[in-house]
Design a protein around this ligand. Sequence first.
Ligand code: PAF
Length: 327
Amino acid sequence: MINKLDNIVVVGQGAMGLLWYHHLSQQNISHSDILNVNKNKKISLLASNQDSLSNDELGTATYQFTAYQQAQEKTYPLTYSQTLDIESAEVIILCLKSFNIAMAVKKIANHISPHCILILAHNGMGTFEDVLNILPSQQVILAMLTTHGCLRNAALAITHTGLGQSDIGLLSGELSLSQQALLTSLLNAALPQVSFHQNIVTKQWLKLAINCVINPITAINNIENGEVNKPKFIKQINELLTEITNVSKTENIDLVLNDLQVIVHKVAQATAKNSSSMRSDVLAGRSTEIDYINGYIHRLGEKNNVATPENTRLWQQVLNLSAPPKG
Ligand code: PAF
């Protein structure tokens, strides 16, 4: 199992992928002495479109990054991942939309070392089961939940709009306490604060509940997050959250309705002026993650004989608003 983390592949050229790629590669340059890390550490980015790039384009690629609360955009070199990088990767961070995870893992599954740690970083739930079925060997798989705000201004150009934090934890396989600490300190040194959680699944459910409410309501009504706290949505929110707590119990997750109501209210308030990712996707004519948000609750409800009429209705409504996932 791992005792060094010298080769890291970030999958995904969207806002979160570039944010992690940027901080990991810059940390490599600026703090290698302080952290006593290997200067030959290699951070690379696997982009879905890189097969169409010429050798010249691959060799001279750059990206634009605007740091948090900075006006000036700067240009940095971009190292795309080659097959050898994937084969020697000790950590692969998948920063993709949930509906692209399975396809991306399928493409590289045969090159991933059995000792490599996979980190799934996306909204929603339900990709983990797909990934387990695709991988040829039992792998250490973690989930990462992050609250950093990041905007993609153009292809390969991002702005870090909000400082947040990231929670990581095990979904499958084993990591010793020292390996957990090594991984957490590596990620934390790149883009703080990162904390390791022994029960990341409960945290995933909390995030799922938030997304099951804020995302479809803002997308369907074309409103900013803060408007979700208006009295006219109270009944609908309570129905959604009651169904989610009922489904969670059948998965041995103990969520408390009142806690969820409070958390959803707080997140809507804290992000009042934001456009949710789902609303932004619908407005831009992109596919949404609804299949892995309210759709996930619908599927679990069917599997475990729990009625989820409101989640099912919103899942269908958003599906009708958005483009179907490609692939
Ligand atoms: O998907 C999103 O936009 C975010 O997860 C959240 C929490 C709903 C805030 O906008």
